[in-house]
Design a binder for this molecule. Structure first.
Ligand code: CUA
Length: 200
């Protein structure tokens, strides 16, 4: 019973709205600027979409917490467990700790043309990590794990830079990644030791 009168009323509202829109006088110059600003908005939305779908540039979507104050006691981020590891399925996983003022381990070697999953944590304050020419650019917020997957297309040495101001030594906070040709790279043989007998 109720639905009958609603539809014509809705149509009438829509017609009025369209008529009102048509009645608005828009100056020629104003129209140009509206078009221009819409084009700029469209351009940015397009760039974000292309980056997200084709370049793998995404905001960190999953929230994973960790206790920054006890990283050394935490199984995953204990000193022996840091650096490059290959898991049972053959995925290359790299665990890194950022702390004033370096990234640990200071130097790692990874294969080229291989998806690498980096897991970053901070042991003290907010840091950032940026590897030029890759999609690696994220904040490392204390208390959270920042996970990013990236691929290095070419062998070479890449700098790892901190890009969030973290104190007086911020400018000197960096480390290195050596990217080795896929066929020459060998997975590190160190077994993930749980127990911490070899303190370096
Ligand atoms: Cu760490 Cu800036």
């Amino acid at each position: 019973m109720q639905t009958e009168p609603i539809k014509p009323k809705y149509d009438q509202l829509l017609r009025d709205f369209v008529a009102q829109l048509r009645a608005i006088h828009i100056d020629q110059l104003e129209r140009k600027w509206i078009t221009l600003s819409m084009l700029v908005v469209g351009l940015f939305v397009g760039i974000i979409t292309i980056d997200a779908f084709f370049h793998g540039v995404n905001p960190p979507s999953k929230v994973e917490t960790v206790d920054s104050a006890s990283l050394h006691l935490n199984k995953e981020f204990a000193e022996d467990n840091l650096g490059v590891q290959v898991d049972a399925k053959g995925n290359v996983i790299i665990r890194m700790v950022a702390g004033r003022y370096t990234f640990f381990p200071k130097h790692i070697s990874v294969p080229s043309e291989t998806p690498l999953t980096f897991r970053w944590v901070s042991m003290d304050v907010l840091h950032g990590v940026h590897i030029p020419m890759t999609n690696m650019s994220t904040m490392i917020v204390p208390g959270y794990v920042a996970e990013i997957t990236t691929t290095f297309p070419k062998p070479g040495d890449y700098p790892v830079l901190c890009n969030e101001y973290c104190g007086l030594g911020h400018n000197h906070m960096w480390s290195n990644i050596s990217v080795i040709a896929k066929e020459d790279w060998k997975a590190p043989v160190k077994a993930p030791a749980k127990g911490g007998s070899n303190n370096e």
